[in-house]
Design a protein around this ligand. Structure first.
Ligand code: KIV
Length: 269
């Protein structure tokens, strides 16, 4: 018999059932300690492949390896107990075939103990999403501005500025929902298109730079904390930790240089 109480995390069906209900709160997190804070407030936490840029100084998410996602995924699962943990499938680990996607998604789920994976792409990924969900892997889809395709898109560009493109984005949303995705990140699309996408699907939409009418919102934690020197225009900063960290580091450096640190309260006697 187990001596510990079972962990009651938010489940995939619970997230799915939030369609049209109370807005879903979500953030990214890549470490055990920040995840433990986010865990108190978020319905799900995304271990996003944005970690390549935010934590590892990469220029895009294209170079993020699977093992790095697994390492950060494990840390976030360890640091949390109530949010659903979703781990991004990095570029090149799922697009080639449903079989390849299954192998890598199963590896992520087995090695991190996360509850779901996320992958980018609309109608073109529908067959893969169906293949994964039919085999026990819950999939969050991601459409609109899909950073892993930034080279094809010509950069990180807002989608749907031209109304003629709306039908294709809505088709993407419907295709991934019909294929079994339990939720859908809608990134960087103009507000009226995001609203049409939300109305077109029976799964929750999670907006990022999209619309307040999405069924939930997500932000990159370091962006909203003011830790990244550059953030997209749509990001609201809820904190300004960059300058606070710099001040603390500079105070410490001055004290060390003037031999004021450690003070008498900070040494063993
Ligand atoms: O990688 C990521 O952090 C993401 C979110 C921005 C949705 O995909």
């Amino acid at each position: 018999m187990s001596m510990t109480a079972p962990i009651r995390r938010m489940t995939v069906p619970q997230i799915r059932a939030k369609k049209g209900g109370d807005p879903i709160v979500s953030l990214t997190s890549y470490h055990a300690h920040t995840a433990a804070i986010v865990d108190k407030y978020a319905d799900f936490i995304l271990v996003g492949d944005s970690l390549g840029m935010v934590m590892h100084g990469m220029e895009s998410t294209i170079g993020v390896p699977l093992d790095l996602m697994i390492m950060h995924g494990r840390a976030v699962v360890r640091g949390t107990k109530r949010a659903l943990i979703v781990v991004d499938m990095p570029f090149g680990t799922y697009e080639e075939s449903p079989n390849m996607a299954f192998r890598n998604a199963a590896k992520i789920m087995k090695e991190t103990a996360c509850g779901a994976v996320k992958l980018e792409g609309g109608a073109r990924m529908a067959e893969t999403i169906r293949f994964l969900t039919e085999r026990g892997i819950p999939v969050m889809a991601h459409i609109g501005l899909t950073p892993q395709s930034s080279h094809v898109m010509g950069g990180f560009k807002t989608q749907g500025r031209d109304e003629d493109t709306w039908a294709a984005h809505i088709d993407d949303a419907v295709a991934v929902a019909n294929a079994g995705a339990f939720a859908l990140v809608v990134e960087g699309v103009v507000e009226p298109l995001a609203d049409k996408i939300t109305a077109a699907v029976d799964i929750p939409t999670i907006g990022i730079g999209a619309s307040a009418q999405c069924d939930g919102q997500i932000l990159v934690l370091e962006d909203m904390l003011g830790l990244n020197p550059w953030v997209p225009k749509f990001v609201k900063k809820y904190g300004d930790l960059g300058p606070a960290i710099e001040q603390a580091v500079s105070d410490y450096a001055s004290e060390v240089k003037s031999r004021a640190f450690p003070g008498e309260d900070h040494v063993y006697r």
